[in-house]
Design a binder for this molecule. Structure first.
Ligand code: BES
Ligand code: MN
Ligand code: MN
Length: 454
């Protein structure tokens, strides 16, 4: 019955997603504020159509949270669905094969900014919900909270959760905003890294200088910044900030051996990214480096003259944006503080440095012995024909740790994206196979969760 309904309505499901993908809901850039609001309204209308009650845009200090619910029976468990309707900026536009907000379907994939992260994945939940409502098979109570600021650090969602604690009572948080290993190798994400994001500013002379008249005699802040950044890793690619690894939870040999059982092909990985070799912390393999180990990366660096031709100048200032991915039991506050202290301490007297923290988020690991995880695993096994593998991811969804600390709720991360979906990159895509598989798998989660929760 479910699959019949899904099949009969497949084209409309896809069309509705395409319509949403046409809305450039970029949260990072105030220029798109009206589009962000338009997307929230669009989602509100679709939730009402799908059969949700009490649908509203809940105001926050930033973009609204789209809330809606269907409370069928107080004796049934309640699933809180989280997702986000905001997207990353589409820049650089010139690298897109088709415009980022004019979705096209090519070779079975939808190409658009947000196709996978997170509009395509979030919308599977709306359509799975519709399917359950319209076929009279909704096995749990549902509460939707879809936010519009995930890509800028969910800065106002903590306050939203604290203010609406009563309304957000439930048994589990259900999220599709992660990936899986491959279309024939489903996996469930069991961990996310935390994040400490900051910006540094290095100031040399009080004005830009002629690089002939002053070159060699005063500090060039770009040169200095590069030296300082280079010193943050040693020859083994360990991070040199004192105390950086103090609280890092090391995995046992057994846990690491377990991880190594997940299929991974290093040659394919290198080929997909056109890399001569991989790079990372000595003593750990790629799958560990990008999930259970903390990192430090420059996300952007600028200063001086970058226009056409040449300009001989020693700039007054240089800047960088730096992110550190965190693992249990590091905290963003601790790591930001350690970075700041260290970075200031290694600056030579010839420059001044300023460290400006942006947002942060805490790492999480979710249980695999819970009814919710078991229900998800059964659901995947039924639709994919193989048991899903638990995998810790390297990405971050800062609100997941907060759901645990504020609401006491664990999350189940039922992601359907693939690495090749190129989230945050030009030509982001999402497979129609994945979109439809998600819509088929989610109702089974509800069914098994209701059974196992009894
Ligand atoms: N959906 C991603 C996170 C993600 C993707 C986790 C794939 C696991 C697998 C999310 O939208 C995201 O991009 N998060 C940001 C953090 C945020 C604070 C900007 C990230 O991980 O960089
Ligand atoms: Mn996302
Ligand atoms: Mn994202």
């Amino acid at each position: 019955m479910l699959n019949q309904y899904i099949n009969d309505n497949k084209d409309r499901f896809v069309d509705e997603l395409l319509d949403m993908l046409r809305i450039p809901s970029v949260s990072a850039d105030p220029k798109f504020k009206a589009d962000v609001m338009r997307n929230a309204e669009y989602l509100k209308a679709r939730l009402i159509e799908a059969g949700a009650d009490n649908v509203e845009l809940v105001e926050t200090a930033g973009n609204p949270v789209v809330y809606g619910e269907k409370l069928v029976d107080p004796n049934l468990p309640t699933v809180l669905v989280y997702g986000h309707y905001d997207v990353q900026p589409a820049d650089p536009y010139e690298l897109w094969t088709s415009p980022p907000f004019e979705p096209v379907i090519k070779d079975g994939k939808i190409y658009a900014r947000g196709a996978c992260d997170d509009k395509g994945q979030m919308y599977m939940h709306v359509k799975a919900f519709e399917t359950m409502v319209k076929t009279g098979t909704l096995a749990c109570n549902v509460k939707f909270m879809i936010e519009g600021e995930e890509e800028v650090g969910s800065v106002n969602l903590g306050a939203f959760v604290r203010e609406h604690k009563d309304r957000l009572q439930g048994d589990v948080i259900l999220i599709s905003d992660t990936g899986m290993l491959a279309n024939d190798t489903p996996s469930i994400t069991t961990g996310l890294r935390g994040l400490s994001y900051l910006e540094v500013e290095v100031t040399g002379p009080n004005r830009d200088l002629h690089s002939g008249l002053y070159g060699g005699a005063v500090a060039n802040p770009i040169n200095i910044l590069c030296q300082m950044i280079a010193s943050l890793h040693d020859e083994n690619n360990h991070i040199t900030i004192p105390g950086f690894y103090d609280n890092v939870q090391e995995l046992s040999q057994e846990e690491r051996a377990d991880m190594a059982r997940a299929p991974f092909d290093l040659e394919k990985y290198k080929k997909a990214l056109n890399l001569g070799d991989v790079h990372g912390e000595a003593g750990y393999v790629t799958m560990e480096r990008n999930s259970i180990r903390p990192t430090l990366d420059v996300n952007g660096i600028w200063g001086g003259y970058t226009g056409e031709g040449a300009k001989t100048v020693i700039p007054s200032k240089a800047y960088a944006k730096i992110s550190m991915r965190l693992v249990p039991n590091q905290t963003s506050e601790e790591i930001t503080e350690k970075f700041k202290k260290h970075f200031e301490s290694i600056a030579p007297k010839s420059v001044k440095v300023e460290v400006k923290p942006h947002h942060g988020g805490e790492p999480v690991v979710t249980p695999t012995d819970s009814p919710a995880y078991q229900a998800a695993a059964k659901a995947y096994e039924e639709t994919f024909g193989v048991k899903p593998i638990p995998v810790r991811s390297g990405g971050s969804i800062p609100i997941v740790a907060m759901f645990k600390s504020e609401l006491g709720l664990d999350s189940v991360l039922m992601g359907f994206g693939l690495d090749s979906d190129a989230i945050h990159s030009p030509n982001e895509s999402y497979g129609l196979f994945n979109f439809m598989k998600g819509i088929e798998t989610i109702p089974l989660f509800y069914k098994y969760f209701a059974e196992l929760k009894k």
